[in-house]
Design a protein around this ligand. Structure first.
Ligand code: CP6
Length: 185
């Protein structure tokens, strides 16, 4: 297997690893509320697991606060390389690889031979990686004002949306959701 590093890019880059983002946000772009998810959505959890696990050769990139918010039995997220961004050089956690900056996180995933690298949040991490991903998987939660942490302002010029599925509200899904994939043109 050959990894080609192409140096006209500002960050480490390889044609063979896909950089993607995945987020659940409400109508006001809220993603979290004081370090927690504002809703219980079973269909979104199942999709998140299936997409980010893929064929078992994927990595997830998250911020330290998102890592801290993972339930104990999902820390690290199983069957995925867990890359955690922290500016604290002394930060360490079992099951996580720490990265200090964007380029380092991408290098770790490349060196690991990952097929897909999924940026899973939170807000600060989405902002840092928005320019680096080719696809954004959005679960739009049909409710407003869910929290105090938001997806960053995102200029959708040069991005196109493909709506994949609408899931109605039911006993396992607190709100109706629409799942779509945004692709950079
Ligand atoms: N994207 C989607 C995400 C997450 C979820 N759904 C997510 C939220 C918090 C943590 C990890 C993942 N990035 N669509 C929730 C399953 Cl800690």
């Amino acid at each position: 297997m050959t990894i080609t590093l192409t140096y006209q890019h500002q960050f480490p880059y390889s044609d063979r690893m896909k950089m993607v983002m995945i987020v659940a946000m409400d109508e006001d772009c809220n993603i979290g509320s004081s370090g927690e998810l504002p809703w219980r959505l079973k269909s979104d959890m199942i999709r998140f697991k299936s997409l980010t696990e893929g064929d078992g050769f994927n990595s997830v990139i998250m911020g330290r606060k998102t890592w801290d918010s993972l339930p104990a039995d999902f820390t690290p997220l199983p069957d995925r390389t867990n890359i955690v961004m922290s500016r604290d050089t002394n930060w360490y956690a079992d099951g996580a690889v720490t990265a200090l900056y964007v380029g380092r996180a991408i290098e770790i995933a490349l060196a690991d031979g990952c097929d897909e690298c999924w940026v899973i949040g939170g807000s600060q991490i989405y902002e840092m990686f928005l320019e680096r991903v080719e696809e954004i998987h959005v679960t739009k939660v049909h409710v407003g004002g869910s929290g105090n942490v938001s997806f960053p302002v995102w200029n959708k010029i040069n991005w196109s949306e493909e709506v994949i599925e609408h899931v109605p509200e039911d006993a396992h899904n607190e709100h109706a959701t629409t799942y779509s994939v945004w692709t950079k043109n």
